[in-house]
Write a protein that binds this ligand. Structure first.
Ligand code: S3P
Length: 446
């Protein structure tokens, strides 16, 4: 179900006493989508544990079922997928509805583009507003055809997959794991080698998981910050066991909450620490945050750790633009940490924030401003004047964006006056248990 018809659910966060306790945030969203999609393209059974059971991922599960895979929930966060094999998708009998999820939608576009089927893609008002040309351009080079009456290939859009997909060499125009993954997933059914070159490395979960399912993928350095990824087409993917670690992008919210609420001391278990996802942790440590990693281990090529986080005095820093891909979803909550820091924080190179679930650059600035924080957007940079405390008292417009909702609530846990949000319902897309979990740690959210 998309949210357009659901009533808005306002919430308020108020100054809380020290947060304490141990929690495991839900499974990583990126890995959950990929486990379902690769499971659906594999032969045999894939067993997934720790799947994120948020709306975004459940929509991907439904899409995989509509395309012919057998997807079953076998226990709490435990799922089984029986796949159809590479290029084996069947035509769905109704439009695939991805709700709020750009990742689910764009990755499945790639997977469908390599199969001789036609599917219509749709989503909620937020997803319908997001650019799709960046995905459709390479997929059309590979032989797929997109038809949309909206400008820029936006949803609703019908994609006719290629009968004989061509392998391509593609340089991504922006650092985007979604573009890279769509090309690689389409390349699974092309003969020969499909290559993606990115000037700045984006999250590599697709590459790691493709290897885990038996594909041949070679990833090497390209230039200073980039990668070149080459996939041998037409592999037989074999169903696998996938253990989904906890999502560092979800962990970001309790982490920043514990840093800004005085005397907090919390532990987060099994947090994925893939270096292409941990830019926020690096930045917070530079700001003076107490974040201690222990119990390091790995599963299916993905490292994870236990994190202990304690209330900390933070100071402003400059975040370089090349760090953006490794923390692209975390700038909103970093801006909250920056507001509580002493001094100025400059976050550079945030142009991609404009095309997320909302225009996050504008929405983050508005969230801070309405709560008395001095903030400026200069080109693609966000500049926050930290004063060590936040006046609060504002009503934050969440624009159908889960991360604005959670960031604003985190801000209200230490502000002078409570912070309100207009709608909490989109939190269910990525972190359905957010409010009860934060309350268990001691957060005042009502
Ligand atoms: C994701 C990639 C990122 C990120 C999104 C998840 C993924 O998007 O913002 O939440 O799982 O591949 P871009 O690839 O567009 O930067």
């Amino acid at each position: 179900m998309t949210h357009s018809s659901s009533p808005a659910r306002p919430l308020q966060a108020s100054a809380s006493s020290a947060l304490t306790g141990q929690v495991r945030v839900p499974g990583d969203k990126s890995i959950s989508h990929r486990a379902l999609i690769l499971g659906a393209l594999a032969v045999g059974e894939t067993r997934i544990t720790g799947l994120l059971e948020g709306e975004d991922v459940l929509n991907t599960a439904k899409a995989m079922q509509a395309l012919g895979a057998k997807v079953e929930r076998t226990g709490e966060t435990a799922w089984s997928v029986r796949g159809v094999g590479v290029a084996g998708f069947a035509a769905p009998d109704k439009p695939l509805d991805f709700g709020n999820s750009g990742t689910g939608c764009r990755l499945v576009m790639g997977a469908v583009a390599g199969c001789p089927v036609t599917a219509t893609f749709d989503g909620d008002a937020s997803l319908r507003g997001r650019p799709m040309r960046r995905i459709l351009d390479p997929l059309e080079l590979m032989g797929a055809k997109a038809t949309s009456s909206a400008e820029g290939g936006r949803l609703p859009m019908t994609l006719q997959g290629a009968r004989d997909p061509l392998p391509i060499l593609y340089r991504t125009p922006v650092a985007s794991a979604q573009i890279k993954s769509a090309v690689l997933l389409a390349g699974l059914s092309a003969p020969g080698v499909t290559t993606v070159i990115e000037a700045e490395a984006s999250r590599d979960h697709t590459e790691l998981m493709l290897k885990h399912f038996g594909a041949q993928v070679v990833s090497e350095k390209e230039g200073v910050h980039g990668r070149k990824i080459a996939l041998q087409g037409q592999p037989e993917l074999v169903g696998a066991q996938v253990v989904v670690p906890a999502d560092p992008s979800s962990a970001a919210f309790p982490i920043v909450a514990a840093l800004v609420v005085e005397n907090s001391d919390i532990v987060l278990t099994d947090v994925m620490t893939n270096p292409l996802r941990t830019g926020l942790f690096t930045t917070l440590k530079e700001m003076g945050a107490f974040i201690e990693e222990s119990h390091l281990r790995g599963d299916a090529g993905e490292p994870m750790a236990q994190l202990r986080v304690r209330g900390s005095k933070l100071r402003g820093v400059t975040v370089p633009p090349e760090r953006a891909p490794s923390m692209i979803d975390e700038y909103l909550v970093l801006a909250v940490a920056a507001a509580y820091a002493e001094g100025t924080t400059i976050m550079r190179g945030l142009q991609e924030l404009r095309v997320k679930e909302s225009d996050r650059l504008e929405a983050t600035a508005a969230m801070l401003r309405v709560n008395g924080v001095k903030v400026e957007i200069s080109g693609d940079d966000l500049i926050v004047e930290g004063r060590g405390h936040v006046p609060g008292g504002g009503l934050v417009a969440t624009h159908m964006d889960h991360r604005i909702a959670m960031s604003a609530l985190v801000m209200g846990l230490a502000s002078d006056a409570p912070v309100k949000i207009d709608d909490s319902s989109f939190i269910a897309t990525s972190f359905p248990d957010f409010v009860p979990m934060m309350r268990r740690l001691g957060a005042e959210i009502a």
